[in-house]
Ligand binder design. Structure first.
Ligand code: PMP
Length: 399
């Protein structure tokens, strides 16, 4: 009889290889305490945070903190129930109403995480008789939503509307419903989807499209509504999914749409029905941060300026990054040992970024993934560029 953990032998071996190369576990870094949005205490030292997704610094928003404290005092710290049992407070409905106003949609559903928003929306919209068309670089929550749904999955080449078009044409006689899923800004590379071209394809084939704007809400678009707003095609997007855990600085997820049938999903979406709902203080903080995003558009301008500065700095060093300038800026390295050493040396130089290793990366190469914040000063960005330059030269990645 095999043991429960026999199947993890490969994982164990690759973790042992990683441990031999890395003085610390890159997947268990402890931020002892954030000292501000952009500086945290790691291994007892003040460290620049370039890997948090806290794009606007709103995890530390004073207004959100006040709203959370006040709400905790009046409502307690948790709901202890799911949305379909005792876990719906008037605050959940207020948050859903806020989402409909922000996105100018008829309906909104709130989930306990962004992961569950994808899981819960996708698995309720399609089932085993249907077909999903997924961008090959989709986030794990999209793939997991697909698995939970049981639908047939057809992957198309990343950011390639022509490939999607071909695959939809090939599947034109396939019975069942169809759904296209793409992201606005891709979480690992910072690549931005050509949504307008995807919309042309979806219209040609009359197939609805869902866009995950997890990394783009609050970040791009004149009013911060994401890539669909930026590319002026919001009215053609059928479902927008997102998270509160990036620009909004808290935790939770959502789906907004104009389909009136969305309320049916509340009765069949397992990740919505069978988990505790968001605690009230998180909702209060999220609502406060929606106001912050709406009333402080200069945060987005600052974020874009900072992203441009980091991107230009990496380019001038000769580091390979995406052609897109977005707050997610990843440096691609050729092999895993270099990635691990580079990451450790950056941390030792006082700069924390995310280390992403294959198979979790798009083309099986390691990534040093940086996320820029509006709260970074130019000085902090230059310090990060300098650290990348020094480590890159030491390791022979750049000359
Ligand atoms: N979608 C994308 C594209 C993501 O990158 C993430 C998280 N990194 C999620 C969904 C899940 O969001 P959350 O972490 O808030 O559950």
């Amino acid at each position: 009889m095999s043991s429960l953990f026999d199947k993890h032998a490969l994982l164990k071996a690759s973790f042992e290889n990683l441990s031999a190369l890395s003085p610390r576990n890159p997947f268990a870094v402890v931020i002892e305490r954030p000292l501000s949005a952009s500086i945290g205490l790691i291994e007892g030292r003040e460290t620049l945070l370039f890997g948090t997704n806290n794009y606007l610094g709103l995890s530390q928003s004073g207004k959100a903190e006040e709203a959370a404290i006040e709400t905790v005092r009046s409502m307690g710290v948790g709901t202890t129930g799911s949305r379909i049992a005792n876990g719906t407070l008037s605050l959940h409905q207020k948050l859903e109403k806020k989402l409909t106003e922000v996105f100018r949609r008829r309906h909104a559903m709130v989930f306990s995480t962004g992961y569950q928003a994808n899981l819960g929306t996708i698995s309720a919209l399609v089932n085993k008789d249907d077909t999903l068309f997924l961008d090959a670089d989709s986030h794990a929550s999209i793939y997991d939503g697909a698995k939970l749904s049981g639908a047939q999955v057809i992957r198309f080449r990343h950011n390639d509307p022509a490939d999607l078009d071909r695959r939809l044409t090939r599947a034109k006689d396939t019975p069942g419903a169809k759904l296209i899923v793409v992201e606005g800004i891709y979480s690992m590379t910072g690549n931005i989807a050509p949504l307008r071209e995807f919309v042309d394809v979806k219209k040609r084939h009359n197939v609805p499209i869902l866009v995950d704007e997890a990394h783009s809400y609050g970040v791009v678009g004149k009013d911060g509504r994401g890539v669909a707003e930026l590319q002026n095609c919001e009215k053609d997007i059928d479902f927008i999914v997102g998270t509160f855990s990036k620009a909004l600085g808290t935790v939770g997820g959502y789906c907004v749409t104009d389909y009136d049938e969305i309320d049916l999903i509340r009765l069949c979406s397992r990740p919505y029905m069978f988990t505790a709902s968001l605690p009230p203080e998180v909702i209060a903080a999220t609502l406060a941060n929606f106001e912050e995003i709406q009333s402080r558009p200069h945060l987005r301008d600052q974020l874009q300026q900072n992203a441009r500065r980091l991107h230009a700095g990496f380019k001038s060093l000769g580091l390979p990054t995406s052609q897109f300038v977005s707050p997610v800026i990843a440096v691609t390295l050729e092999d895993v040992p270099t990635g691990i050493t580079f990451w450790n040396k950056l941390l030792e130089a006082g700069v924390y970024v995310n280390l992403s290793l294959p198979p979790a990366t798009p083309d099986d190469r390691p990534l040093l993934r940086c996320s820029v914040m509006a709260s970074h000063s130019f000085g902090q960005i230059d310090q990060a560029i300098e650290a990348f330059g020094e480590v890159g030269r030491t390791l022979g990645v750049i000359s």
